[in-house]
Design a protein around this ligand. Structure first.
Ligand code: C2E
Ligand code: CA
Ligand code: CA
Length: 825
C-alpha cells in the first residue's frame, strides 16, 4: 500500500474509533460477503476477521429488528434505496443501540452492484435520552402533585416555568412572565432581599427559606428556593393569615403585658393534630405560676398544669368549650414550686379560621383571697364556733344526703339525739365559761366515739347529734351497733369532766331513730330522734330510748291540739278553779286547784279533754309548772287574808312532771319565791307513780317531805299500788277515789274496801280524804268509818277564784245552797 493510502487508512480507522462508527461493504454476488472495518467488527462483537456473510450480519440484529433489516437491505439491493435507521443488535456480551446507514453502489448502467454503509454505536446517547425521558416523566408527575405555587427560574432568575397556582398567586399568566426576571412581579419595599437571597442560592447551591411581605400582592409569602443545575425551583406559600394572627398576638401581648390578670393563648394547628399548645403568656402568668415564658411556649396547657391539677374540671371545661366556645370555672392551680392558688378562669375559643387555626384565649384571676374568705364564711355558716362541730345547717345537708343514699344503696343509718343534763345549772352556778368548757369536752368525747365517716353536730345549747352513716345492710345488726354506740356515749359522758380544776359530773339522755327505709323528710327524722330523746329524759337521767312509731302516731294525732295548747299557754288561756276540802266539822281546811282552759272558741275546757294531750306532747311540764307557780302565788296572796290564811292548796302533779329531773328544784324555787309555808302546799301524786321507778320516786318524795311539803296520794284504790309500797312512802294523806265514794252506799264490796282503806291509812298515820262526796248520806257513812276530810259537790264544785273567795266569806250559805240545788230530794 502506498504511503499516502496507508496514512489515509490509519486516519479513517482512528476516525471510526473516535466516532464509535465502523464501515462495511456488501458484495451482492452470492454468498454476499460483507467486509467489515475493525471498528465495525468491534461494535457487533466479532473478531477482527472483517468478513462475514449477509445472513450472519442479519442474525446479529435483535429479533425485533431482524425482519426489518433484511427487508431494508433487500430494497436497497433491488432498487438502490438507501436507509438510515436506529436499531438494536445483540452482541455476545450485550444489547446495543446502533445507527445503521446504508447506500447502494451502482455500475454505469445503473445496476446495483454492492451496498456500503456505516454502523454507529449510539447506546450511550440512547441511554441518556432514556434517562432524560424518565426524568421528564417524573418531573411532570411531580409538578402535577405540587399544589403550592411553584416556579422554576434560570440562573438569571428569569421564569422558565410557572404552575397554575403560581399564576394565580402572582396574578399573571405564564405567557406574560416566562423569560422575565422574577422581581419584575414580586416587588417589595426591602426589594433587594428577594434578589439577594435568590442570587446567593444560585451562587452557593444552597436551599433557602424566608418570609417577606409583598405590598404589590398585599401578602406575606413564605419563599423556599431549591437550586438545580439550570437555576432554581421556587415555592411560594401565602402565610398572611398566620402572620396576621401573630401580629395580633404581638399587639395583644403589648396590651395585656401590664394586666394583673393572667393571660394565656393557645393555638391548635391541623399539622399538630389540633392539640393546643401555648403561643403566648403574659407577665402576670409568669409571676403567678413561676414559669418563665420560654419554659411554657410550645407546651400544651394541660401538661403545664401538671397531673395534680383538677383534671376533671378541665374535662368539664373542654366539653363546655366544644359546645359553647367558652367556659368558666374556678380551679386550684399548682405553681412551679408546688404551692397552689385559686384561679378564676375564663376561656374563649376564637373562631376557627379558614386555614383551620384555632385559638383559645384564657384569662384568669387569682381569687385565693376571696376563696379563703369564702371558706371562713363557710366555716361560720356551717360550723359551731364553740366546738367547731358541724352546726344544724350542715347537719341538715348531710342528713339529706345520707337519707337519699340510704334508700338508694339500701344502707342502714341512724340518728342520735344527745342531751346533756343540767347544763343550765352548771351555767348558773359556775358561770358560762365552765359551761362552754363542758360543751367542748363533750364534743371531743363524742367525736372520739364515732367513725370518721359519721357526723357529730351541735344543734345549739346542750343538744348534740350523731349521724351514723353506714351501719351495713342488715337492719337488726344496725340496731345492735347503734345501741352499743349509744351506750358507749352514755358511759363516756358519765366520766368526770375536768373544768380547769373543777371536777364535774353530768349525765345525758339519748334518743335514737333509724334511717332505714324511706322517710318523708329530714325534719321528720329529727323530730323522731328528739321525741325519743324526750322519752329517754322522762324515764330518768342517763338513759337511752329508741323511737317507735307509736310515739309518733300519738304525737301526730294530738299535734293539732298540742299546737293549740302551746298557743293557749303563751296567751295565758289557762286558769285555776278551786274546790274546798272540809273536815268532819264542816270547816274548810284547804282547796284543790283544778286546771281549766278558757278556750277562745270552745269555752271552758275541762282537764279530761286536754291533760292527756299535754302529757303526751310534754306540754304538761310547762302547764304543771304554771299551775304550781299560780297556786303558790295564791297561797302567798291568801296569807294576808284571815279567812284563807290557814288554808292549804292541793296541786295535782302528773307522773311525767314528777319524774322530770328539775321537779324538786322547781317546787323549792316556787316556795322560796313566794315565801309560802311549805306545809300549805299539798302535792297530789297518783298511784301510777308507784308502778315502776320506785327508787327515784321514794328519793324525790323524801326530799319534798324534808322540805315540809304535804304529800297526798290521789285516786287511791284504783289498783296500782301495793299496800306494802304504801308503807314505804313518806305520805301525809290518802284520797279515796270518787268512784268508790259513789258506790259506798250501793255496793257492799266498795263499802268494805273503803272501810279497809280508812283503817289501813290510819294505821300508817295517814289522813284520809274522800273526794266526790255528793250526798249527805255518803258523808255520814264516811264519817262513821272515820274519814277525816271531804271534798265534793255536797260542799262546792270547783269555783273560779273570785267565787271561791266569796264562798270562803260565807261557807255555810254556800254549802246549803249548793246541797239544795244538787240534791233536791
Ligand atoms: P282529780 O285530781 O281526781 O280531781 C277531782 C275531780 O273530781 C275534778 O275533776 C273535780 O271537778 C271532780 N269532782 C269534784 N267533786 C266532785 C263530785 O262531787 N262528783 C264528781 N263526779 N266529780 C267531782 P276535774 O276538775 O274535771 O279534773 C279532772 C282531773 O284532771 C283531775 O282529777 C286531775 O287528775 C286532773 N287535773 C286537774 N287539774 C290538774 C292540774 O293542775 N294538773 C294535773 N296534772 N292534773 C290536773
Ligand atoms: Ca286531785
Ligand atoms: Ca282524784
Amino acid at each position: 500500500m502506498p504511503l499516502a493510502s496507508q496514512q489515509a487508512a490509519h486516519l479513517l480507522a482512528m476516525a471510526e474509533r473516535v466516532a464509535h462508527a465502523g464501515s462495511w461493504t456488501m458484495d451482492l454476488k452470492s454468498p454476499q460477503w460483507v467486509s467489515c472495518s475493525s471498528e465495525f467488527s468491534a461494535i457487533i462483537g466479532l473478531l477482527p476477521e472483517r468478513v462475514i456473510t449477509r445472513d450472519e450480519l442479519t442474525a446479529r440484529f435483535s429479533p425485533l429488528c431482524r425482519d426489518r433489516i433484511g427487508w431494508l437491505l433487500q430494497q436497497c439491493s433491488r432498487h438502490g434505496t438507501g436507509f438510515d435507521e436506529e436499531m438494536q443488535i445483540d452482541t455476545p456480551s450485550s444489547r446495543k443501540w446502533v445507527r445503521m446507514v446504508c447506500e447502494a453502489v451502482s455500475n454505469q448502467r445503473g445496476q446495483v452492484r454492492s451496498l456500503q454503509g456505516m454502523l454507529q454505536d449510539i447506546s450511550d446517547r440512547k441511554q441518556a435520552q432514556q434517562e432524560t425521558l424518565h426524568l421528564a416523566m417524573r418531573l411532570t408527575t411531580t409538578l402535577a402533585t405540587i399544589t403550592e405555587a411553584f416556579v422554576t427560574l434560570d440562573r438569571q432568575c428569569c421564569f422558565t416555568h410557572l404552575n397554575q397556582e403560581s399564576e394565580q398567586l402572582l396574578r399573571h399568566s405564564s405567557a406574560e412572565l416566562l423569560g422575565k426576571e422574577i422581581w419584575t412581579v414580586l416587588v417589595n419595599d426591602k426589594n433587594q432581599r428577594l434578589r439577594q437571597e435568590l442570587q446567593r442560592s444560585i451562587a452557593t447551591g444552597r436551599q433557602l427559606e424566608f418570609e417577606d411581605f409583598y405590598p404589590g400582592l398585599g401578602k406575606w409569602l413564605e419563599v423556599r428556593a431549591c437550586p438545580f443545575a439550570e437555576g432554581l425551583a421556587v415555592y411560594f406559600r401565602d402565610v398572611s393569615k398566620r402572620r396576621k394572627s401573630q401580629e395580633q398576638l404581638m399587639l395583644l401581648e403589648t396590651c395585656v403585658a401590664r394586666l394583673n390578670d393572667i393571660v394565656l393563648i393557645a393555638e391548635a394547628q391541623p399539622a399538630r393534630k389540633k392539640v393546643p399548645y401555648i403561643v403566648f403568656v403574659n407577665h402576670a402568668f409568669e409571676q403567678h405560676t413561676g414559669y418563665s415564658r420560654h419554659e411554657v411556649l410550645g407546651q400544651t396547657p394541660r401538661k403545664l398544669l401538671g397531673p395534680r391539677a383538677a383534671q376533671d374540671e378541665f374535662e368539664r371545661m373542654a366539653r363546655m368549650l366544644a359546645r359553647k366556645r367558652q367556659a368558666r370555672s374556678e380551679l386550684l392551680i399548682y405553681r412551679k414550686n408546688g404551692s397552689c392558688f385559686w384561679l378564676e378562669l375564663e376561656i374563649v375559643q376564637v373562631a376557627d379560621t379558614a386555614d383551620d387555626l384555632a385559638h383559645w384565649v384564657a384569662v384568669g384571676r387569682d381569687i385565693t383571697q376571696r376563696k379563703v374568705a369564702a371558706d371562713a364564711i363557710h366555716q361560720l355558716a356551717f360550723y359551731d364556733p364553740l366546738t367547731s362541730l358541724p352546726n344544724r345547717l350542715m347537719l341538715l345537708n348531710r342528713l339529706e344526703q345520707v337519707m337519699s343514699q340510704s334508700v338508694a344503696l339500701r344502707r342502714n343509718g341512724a340518728l342520735m339525739f344527745i342531751d346533756v343534763d343540767k347544763l343550765k345549772v352548771l351555767n348558773d352556778t359556775l358561770g358560762h365559761h365552765k359551761g362552754d368548757m363542758l360543751l367542748q369536752q363533750v364534743a371531743e368525747r363524742l367525736a372520739g366515739c364515732v367513725e370518721d365517716t359519721d357526723t357529730v353536730a351541735r344543734l345549739g345549747g346542750d343538744e348534740f347529734v350523731v349521724l351514723l352513716e353506714n351501719l351495713g345492710d342488715d337492719a337488726a345488726e344496725a340496731t345492735v351497733k347503734t345501741r352499743k354506740l349509744a351506750e358507749k356515749v352514755l358511759e363516756q359522758l358519765r366520766e368526770p369532766f375536768d373544768l380547769s380544776g373543777h371536777q364535774h359530773y353530768t349525765t345525758s339522755s339519748i334518743g335514737v331513730t333509724s334511717l332505714n327505709g324511706p322517710h318523708d323528710s329530714v325534719s321528720e327524722v329529727l323530730k323522731q330522734a328528739d321525741l325519743a330523746m324526750y322519752q329517754a329524759k322522762t324515764t330518768g337521767r342517763n338513759s337511752l330510748c329508741f323511737f317507735d312509731p307509736d310515739m309518733q302516731a300519738a304525737v301526730n294525732a294530738n299535734a293539732a291540739v298540742s299546737s293549740e295548747l302551746h298557743t293557749g299557754l303563751r296567751k295565758q288561756e289557762f286558769v285555776l278553779h278551786y274546790q274546798p276540802q272540809v273536815d268532819r266539822q264542816g270547816c274548810v281546811t284547804g282547796v284543790e286547784a283544778l286546771l281549766r282552759w278558757q278556750h277562745p272558741r270552745r269555752g271552758l275546757v275541762m282537764p279530761a279533754d286536754f291533760i292527756p294531750m299535754a302529757e303526751e306532747s310534754g306540754l304538761i311540764l310547762p302547764l304543771g309548772q304554771w299551775a304550781l307557780a299560780t297556786a303558790c302565788e295564791q297561797l302567798a296572796a291568801w296569807a294576808h287574808w284571815p279567812q284563807a290564811a290557814g288554808l292549804s292548796i292541793a296541786v295535782n302533779v302528773s307522773v311525767r312532771q314528777f319524774r322530770h329531773p328539775d321537779f324538786v328544784d322547781q317546787v323549792m324555787a316556787e316556795i322560796r319565791r313566794n315565801g309560802v309555808k311549805p306545809g300549805h302546799l299539798k302535792l297530789e301524786l297518783t298511784e301510777t307513780l308507784l308502778a315502776d321507778g320506785m327508787d327515784i320516786t321514794l328519793a324525790r318524795m323524801g326530799t319534798l317531805k324534808a322540805l315540809g311539803v304535804t304529800l297526798a296520794l290521789d285516786d287511791f284504790g284504783m289498783g296500782y299500788s301495793s299496800l306494802s309500797a304504801l308503807k314505804r312512802l313518806p305520805l301525809d294523806q290518802l284520797k279515796i277515789d270518787k268512784n268508790f265514794v259513789a258506790e259506798v252506799l250501793i255496793d257492799q264490796a266498795d263499802a268494805a274496801i273503803s272501810r279497809t282503806i280508812i283503817t289501813l291509812a290510819h294505821s300508817l298515820n295517814l289522813e284520809v280524804v274522800a273526794e266526790g262526796v255528793e250526798t249527805q248520806a255518803q258523808q255520814d257513812f264516811l264519817i262513821a268509818q272515820g274519814c277525816d276530810q271531804f271534798q265534793g259537790f255536797l260542799f262546792s264544785p270547783p269555783l273560779p277564784l273570785k267565787e271561791m273567795e266569796a264562798y270562803l266569806m260565807e261557807p255555810g250559805t254556800h254549802r246549803k245552797a249548793l246541797a239544795a240545788t244538787l240534791l233536791p230530794g
